[in-house]
Design a protein around this ligand. Structure first.
Ligand SMILES: CC(C)(COP(=O)(O)OP(=O)(O)OC[C@H]1O[C@@H](n2cnc3c(N)ncnc32)[C@H](O)[C@@H]1OP(=O)(O)O)[C@@H](O)C(=O)NCCC(=O)NCCS
Length: 167
């Protein structure tokens, strides 16, 4: 099996448009703002994501964040996001990393592979530990986090908070 994690780039819009339509607009807190938008808008979406990873044109209270695609045997299967540092708001909700696998590719350990690869990226950003949060009852998400070394810190207002040590 060939696996590749690649940051999104506006040049990939033709390849990625159909894939983004497979990820629901909002599922268990993972938001896909590219769902149901036009192809022209999608190029702008990818440009915005690319700019964000470079810290360009950030909205107030937004931190640089890199959006990655996991490819399995050259097919896009999942999206992962790494926020480069935390704000007070991210510390209390959402954390450093979020991820989603397109429904048709679930149950094949791809989220586990995706998170492992995202942690390598977080390490390259010099993060020594990362915070991940998920809905208290999102079994797929918290199992993925625990399989990647997540230690439960607390459950608060229906949300689980995990830290993963990268040192
Ligand atoms: C959560 C999600 C990423 C899991 O993706 P996946 O590729 O199916 O996960 P994996 O195959 O790597 O499975 C990881 C573990 O979770 C378990 N799991 C996955 N989905 C599950 C489910 N719906 N119910 C129970 N366990 C589940 C798997 O069995 C596996 O554990 P195991 O090795 O002990 O059997 C996927 O369901 C998804 O994209 N959900 C919507 C978005 C989301 O919730 N993102 C996370 C919060 S930001």
């Amino acid at each position: 099996m060939n696996t590749l994690l690649k940051a999104v780039n506006p040049k990939d819009s033709i390849l990625l448009y159909d894939f983004y339509q497979k990820i629901p607009a909002n599922e268990c807190g993972f938001k896909n703002d590219a769902y149901n938008i036009s192809k022209d808008e999608f190029v702008k979406y990818l440009q915005k994501k690319y700019d964000s990873s470079q810290g360009i044109n950030l909205k107030p209270n937004r931190v640089p964040s890199t959006e990655f695609i996991l490819y399995i045997n050259n097919i896009p299967v999942g999206i992962g996001r790494v926020r480069h540092y935390l704000t007070e708001e991210l510390l209390n909700h959402a954390g450093h990393i979020s991820f989603a696998i397109a429904p048709e590719f679930r149950g094949q350990c791809y989220a586990t592979i995706l998170l492992k690869s995202l942690l390598e990226q977080a390490k390259m950003l010099n993060l020594s530990k990362v915070l991940l949060t998920c809905n208290e009852n999102n079994v797929g998400s918290y199992k993925t986090i625990e399989k990647n070394g997540g230690k439960l810190d607390r459950i608060h207002s229906g949300e689980r908070f995990y830290w993963i040590d990268l040192a």
